[in-house]
Design a protein around this ligand. Structure first.
Ligand SMILES: *Cc1c(COP(=O)(O)O)cnc(C)c1O
Length: 220
C-alpha cells in the first residue's frame, strides 16, 4: 500500500469508529497540501493547524471552503493574519488573546468562534487557562465583553501518558466544567482527544476530537 492511499484509509477507518455527533478535526500540521487535498476529496472540510504561518500558506493554496481550526498557542501579534478566514480558534488561553481576537474580528465585521483552552494536564509545559480564570472570562463574555467573539466551548490537552485512569481523570474534569458553564448558557463544543487518546476522550464526553498522526502518519 502506498503511503498516500494509506492516509485516506486511515481517515475512513477513524470516521467509522467515532459516533456521528463527534466532529473530527484532521490535524494536518507538518503535512503537505497534497495530503490535505486527498482527505478533502473524500468530502472532509475541517482541518487543524497549530502555526499561523503554515496555516496562512495552506489557506492560500487550498480550496476556500475548508474550515480551518487554529489549535496551537497563538501570539497576539499574529491574530491579524488569520482573522479574516479562520473558522475557529481552539486555543484561546488568555484574556489578552480574547481582546485581540475581538478587535481583529471587528475589522472584518465578523464574529470569530473560539474555544477556551483549559489547563487540565499535570505537566507544567501546557498552555491553558486555570478553571477559575475560565469561569471569570466566560462571565465577562456573557456580560457582553468581546462582542465579535463567539465562545463555543472548551478545549483541553491531557497529560502525555498511557495511564488510562489519569487521562479519564483529566478529561472528566473538563467535562465537569463544560457542564457547569453550560448551566448559564449552553456551550456546544467540547474538544478533547488526539490520536492516542481520542476514544477515551469520547467516552468522557468529547464531541470534537483533533486527530493528526493517526490519519497522516507520524510527523517527521
Ligand atoms: C498536534 C496536535 C494534535 C494532534 O496530535 P496527534 O497526536 O498527531 O493526533 C491535537 N491537538 C493539538 C493542540 C495539537 O497540537
Amino acid at each position: 500500500m502506498s503511503k498516500t492511499s494509506g492516509i485516506v484509509e486511515n481517515y475512513l477507518q477513524i470516521k467509522l469508529t467515532i459516533p456521528d455527533n463527534v466532529a473530527l478535526i484532521a490535524v494536518s500540521k507538518n503535512h503537505s497540501v497534497d495530503s490535505i487535498e486527498r482527505i478533502y476529496n473524500t468530502g472532509h472540510r475541517e482541518f487543524g493547524e497549530n502555526k499561523v504561518q503554515e496555516l496562512v500558506d495552506k489557506y492560500n493554496q487550498l480550496p476556500k471552503d475548508i474550515k480551518w481550526h487554529l489549535i496551537g498557542h497563538l501570539q497576539t501579534n499574529k491574530v491579524k493574519y488569520i482573522a479574516e478566514f479562520v473558522e475557529m480558534i481552539e486555543s484561546a488561553d488568555s484574556r489578552k488573546i480574547l481582546v485581540e481576537i475581538d478587535k481583529q474580528a471587528a475589522k472584518y465585521q465578523r464574529k470569530i468562534k473560539v474555544l477556551l483552552q483549559i489547563k487540565i494536564a499535570e505537566e507544567e509545559t501546557k498552555y491553558g487557562l486555570e478553571i477559575h480564570e475560565a469561569k471569570e472570562l466566560y462571565q465577562e463574555y456573557l456580560n457582553g465583553e468581546f462582542p465579535n467573539v463567539e465562545v463555543k466551548g472548551l478545549m483541553g490537552m491531557a497529560t502525555f501518558t498511557d495511564d488510562e485512569q489519569q487521562l479519564k481523570k483529566e478529561f472528566s474534569l473538563l467535562k465537569h466544567l463544560f457542564d457547569q458553564l453550560s448551566h448559564q448558557n449552553k456551550l456546544e463544543t467540547l474538544s478533547m482527544g488526539m490520536s492516542d487518546d481520542y476514544p477515551i476522550a469520547i467516552s468522557c464526553g468529547a464531541n470534537s476530537v483533533r486527530v493528526g498522526s493517526a490519519i497522516f502518519g507520524k510527523r517527521s
